[in-house]
Design a protein around this ligand. Structure first.
Ligand code: SAH
Length: 230
């Protein structure tokens, strides 16, 4: 029923998504921003009927748009203000960047897959999110040229807390990152303090792998240094 309604008119499905978010996300600004971003525009036409369901959806290239509740919890965990500059690692379809752009001064988002990056940049532009800058991923995780950031969100699963990203945070800045194995992770908030970092575990999650130096090898790529020669 939910899906069919949203095909004709996303309003009712969107209201259900917002009610679910309000039950678990205390920051009203976050729920307000998610209510204002047309999530149905970030998925393909055939998936549009599911746009407001509380689940991740495929966006091509083996990647996914995150489940709305996860977007809400991660955005809240960043504790952003309207003055902040935020880095996102993993643009995907651009939905999380659009939500953040309504809450902060500037969003820099990096994506390693060119097709996704180009599609997201065009859509964000079309929808008028002018304070979002979409960048190609560099060899180092994140985007050093724009550092330091007030907050960094990683929307792919890392094998450990990426040191390169802590370096790109200002003191007092927050990093929210899924950390674990390739299939399942814990959502972790890292606060950079004058003395080091403070970690908070926020709960279990499941993201596609963060790929690159300091993270996972690309799926299907065999690490030659580990192969046994006979
Ligand atoms: N935030 C996205 C969902 C991202 S899915 C959204 O709102 O739709 C995770 C994305 O991270 C994928 O698109 C993947 O290509 C990208 N990614 C993986 N490793 C990366 C890296 N090292 N740098 C930048 N992007 C990366």
């Amino acid at each position: 029923v939910e899906d069919r309604e949203s095909e004709a008119e996303p309003g009712a499905a969107r209201e259900r998504m917002l009610a679910l978010l309000r039950a678990q996300v205390r920051d009203e600004r976050v729920v307000g921003a998610m209510g204002a971003v047309p999530r149905e525009r970030f998925v393909t036409a055939e998936l549009r009927v599911h746009a407001y369901a509380d689940r991740a959806l495929p966006i091509g290239e083996g990647q996914t748009i995150s489940q709305p509740l996860m977007v809400g919890l991660m955005t809240e965990a960043l504790r952003v203000t309207s003055e902040d500059r935020v880095l996102e690692v993993g643009t995907g379809c651009g939905y999380q960047a659009a939500v953040l752009s309504r809450l902060v001064r500037e969003v820099v988002t990096v994506e390693r897959v060119p097709a996704l990056r180009e599609r997201a940049a065009a859509l964000l532009d079309e929808l008028g999110y002018t304070n979002v800058r979409v960048q190609a991923a560099s060899e180092t995780l994140g985007w050093r040229d724009g550092a330091p950031y007030d907050a960094i969100i990683v929307t792919a699963g890392a094998p450990h807390i990426p040191r390169a990203l802590i370096e790109q945070l200002r003191p007092g800045g927050r990093l929210v990152v899924p950390v674990g194995d390739r299939r399942a992770q814990d959502l972790v908030r890292v606060e950079k303090t004058a003395h080091g970092v403070e970690l908070t575990r926020l709960g279990p999650c499941a993201f596609v792998p963060l790929v690159g130096r300091g993270a996972w090898a690309e799926a299907g790529v065999i690490d030659a240094s580990r192969s046994i020669k006979v």
